[in-house]
Design a protein around this ligand. Structure first.
Ligand code: PMP
Length: 397
């Protein structure tokens, strides 16, 4: 595996990069795809009559088909390129809200959502006069499905839930969550930001209506993401942003809109980044997604066991089904202090609320230290984290 940035030295230590839930590093093949795009192919897509425009368009549309196959969507019309998960969720919340939410309606979200799967729904609810209902979770970080079932009323319009919690690591039973919602005739959006790089995702098997993710958390460049929408529902949503590309005909009296998926891709997209996403999918498929999942699962168990030997260790998120994300505190030490001391030893972790303040409120803590894994994370990296924690632990108490 070739990740040039992982050779970086930090304060005379080997970089131990354990902030993969925030963003993954990029393999050389992805970086070269981006560079080659600007060296040889740069052109605005779809509307050009010239050679470069045709080539760039072909490659861009090729990645759309690649993403379709990657998540097993029925049609490439269901794949909309966005800037990332945040934009994907805002697109759905805004369009669905305008199309389907009315005063008194209800939206169900889980208590372990990232702010980007809470705030867009709050904005949509505010506009419509609708309200949010929240699925609670246990101390271990497991969603309470009985409570979830009881949240449905005749006014429930949509459910939005994360596939994997970026703070607790919990892998939620998304198929069951979708089945329960569908039994009430309610569509479901799944936030896949923390799932796609770590496990095989099959949107038809899950049965969800929308599935959102970011390229940069799956070895692709920043600036590109995906909104999968089931065609039947997507075709009923009003447009999100207006502008070039999303229209068929424009007059001052009346505008008609383009077909799917272009109707939701107003303006010039980030073409080079989309091609980079294609290279990242190639990379993951070469590694083998099952292989990556198995590797990270093994590391999770190894790291959990080793971390529990550190004096004062308090883990947050101990669900039986977890991805490679470990949130912890050392005694009463502030997470920021732990993170800063680890950084001086070359260990990169994230500290704070991880854009999940309701989770912190649930546990009554200000934040956590979070170590998160990717395909290139090694046992040596875990050992370096544990050694660094043992070294700083006496300074923290
Ligand atoms: N949802 C989850 C679960 C996440 O972990 C993140 C990123 N931390 C997001 C949404 C937002 O992703 P982005 O910032 O790439 O739009």
């Amino acid at each position: 595996m070739d990740f040039p940035i992982l050779d970086t030295q930090v304060y005379n230590h080997r970089l131990v990069y354990l902030d993969n839930a925030a963003t993954t590093q990029k393999p050389r093949a992805v970086i070269e795809t981006l560079t080659n795009y600007y060296l040889t192919l740069n052109s605005n897509i779809h509307r050009g009559a010239h050679y470069l425009a045709a080539q760039a368009t072909e490659r861009y549309e090729g990645v759309r088909r690649q993403v379709q196959a990657f998540i097993n969507a029925r049609s490439s019309n269901e794949i909309v390129f966005t800037r990332g998960t945040t934009e994907s969720i805002n697109l759905v919340a805004s369009s669905f809200g305008r199309g389907f939410l009315k005063a008194g309606d209800e939206v169900i979200v889980s208590g372990m959502e990232h702010h980007s799967n809470i705030v867009p729904w709050q904005l949509a609810c505010e506009l419509a006069g609708a309200s949010l209902r929240v699925i609670p979770f246990s101390d271990e970080g497991v969603l309470d499905l009985e409570a979830y079932r009881s949240l449905f009323t005749a006014r429930t319009r949509i459910v939005a839930c994360t596939h994997v919690s970026n703070t607790l690591g919990t892998i939620n039973p998304v198929k069951e969550i979708v089945d329960i919602a569908h039994s009430h005739g309610v569509p479901v959006l799944i936030d896949g930001a923390q799932a796609v790089a770590h496990m095989k995702v099959d949107v038809q098997q899950i049965g969800c209506d929308f599935y959102c993710f970011s390229g940069h958390k799956m070895y692709a460049p920043m600036g590109v993401g995906v909104m999968y929408g089931r065609e039947e529902l997507l075709s009923q949503l009003p447009p999100y942003q207006g502008g070039g590309e999303m229209i068929k005909d424009v007059t001052f009296e009346r505008t008609t809109y383009n077909e799917l998926p272009f109707r939701f891709e107003a303006g010039t997209p980030s073409v080079g980044d989309v091609l980079g996403l294609g290279a990242a999918i190639d990379f993951m498929q070469e590694q083998g997604i099952e292989h990556i999942a198995h590797h990270e699962d093994e590391l999770l168990h190894y790291a959990t066991e080793r971390l529990l030997t550190v004096p004062g260790m308090r883990l947050f998120g101990t669900a039986p089904h977890k991805a490679g994300v470990i949130s912890f505190l050392i005694g009463e030490a502030h997470p920021y202090d732990v993170g800063t001391l680890l950084d001086k030893l070359g260990v990169a972790v994230r500290t704070g609320h991880h854009c999940t303040q309701p989770i912190m409120d649930r546990y009554g803590i200000p934040g956590t230290v979070r170590a998160s894994f990717a395909c290139y994370t090694t046992h040596d990296d875990v050992d370096a984290l544990v050694a660094a924690l043992n070294r700083i632990a006496p300074m923290l108490t």
